[in-house]
Design a binder for this molecule. Structure first.
Ligand SMILES: C[S@@+](CC[C@H](N)C(=O)[O-])C[C@H]1O[C@@H](n2cnc3c(N)ncnc32)[C@H](O)[C@@H]1O
Length: 258
């Protein structure tokens, strides 16, 4: 069902290499077994997982592409990325909304994201970027890159969604050079107990509607548990967002040189 395949598409003057595991392909068309008139009705109604699969893989990336391209979110991107440098591993690359905000000190971006639909939506932004961009169409829990091969790691609004976030953070640390930095802006568990209670109540709905996104992850603790040292950490609420979805963790963490 998730057979690995490799494809490449020429985009403008650059070549976008996409390594894919077919995340966007519905696994199989499974229908209930029945006979007679019931069967005729049932064959017209695909099961719920098929509908959710279609929603998450084909529609949701379009929704995220618009919802995550607001003035307030883009201001967060600009602030997060202004000091990023060198070769960058961007985890949860999505539709490439960060590309516009990277400074001139960036020489290459390798984006990791299992969504083929997002990679397609990113094509124009990749073609317009002034540095090479490569997409690895795989989950970040196991990233096929060499140890210590990146100067910077970037994660924006992604640690909420990665299913095994602890493994992904260990992979990010492995890929980062000693002395390198993880730049992040994420939403997560709020400090205010009232807001936190709402996050707990609404988390299941959030997960169903936004492709497994969690409202209540303790982002800075997760980063530190993976062996990063927190260099800078700020909190605030994202302008215009409801508090339960907008408690931000902005910061920089390092992989110590020792
Ligand atoms: C809310 S979107 C954010 C996208 C982008 N980082 C941004 O700032 O616009 C979350 C992203 O995480 C990606 N994602 C989900 N599971 C993932 C995984 N296991 N590894 C890497 N990315 C994942 C989704 O495909 C989606 O692009």
């Amino acid at each position: 069902m998730h057979s690995a395949r490799r494809s490449s598409n020429t985009i403008g003057p650059k070549r976008l290499a996409v390594r894919s595991v077919g995340h966007d392909e519905p696994a199989s068309l499974s229908y209930p077994v029945a006979v007679g008139p019931t069967a005729a009705v049932l064959t017209l109604v695909p099961d719920r997982s098929l509908i959710m699969g279609f929603y998450e893989t084909r529609l949701l990336p379009h929704i995220i592409n618009v919802a995550m391209n607001t003035k307030a979110v883009n201001e967060e991107r600009r602030r997060c990325l202004e000091n990023v440098r060198g070769t960058v591993l961007e985890v949860g690359f999505g539709t490439g909304l960060n590309l516009l905000h990277y400074p001139r000190t960036v020489t290459k971006v390798v984006g990791v994201d299992p969504s083929n639909t997002s990679a397609r939506l990113a094509r124009k932004r990749i073609a317009a970027s002034s540095f090479p961009v490569e997409i690895i169409g795989l989950p970040a829990e196991k990233i096929p890159v060499a140890d210590a091969s990146f100067e910077s790691i970037v994660s924006t609004f992604t640690l909420c969604t990665i299913p095994d976030v602890a493994s992904a953070l260990l992979e990010m640390r492995r890929a980062l050079r000693p002395g390198g930095r993880l730049y992040f802006v994420e939403h997560g568990r709020a400090e205010d107990p009232k807001v936190e209670r709402w996050q707990e109540r609404l988390n299941a709905i959030e997960q169903a509607v936004f492709g497994g996104c969690n409202l209540n992850r303790p982002i800075s603790a997760l980063i530190q548990q993976a062996g990063f040292e927190m260099e800078r950490l700020e909190h605030s609420y994202l302008k215009g967002a409801p508090k339960f979805a907008g408690f931000l963790y902005r910061g920089v963490a390092t992989r110590s040189a020792s």
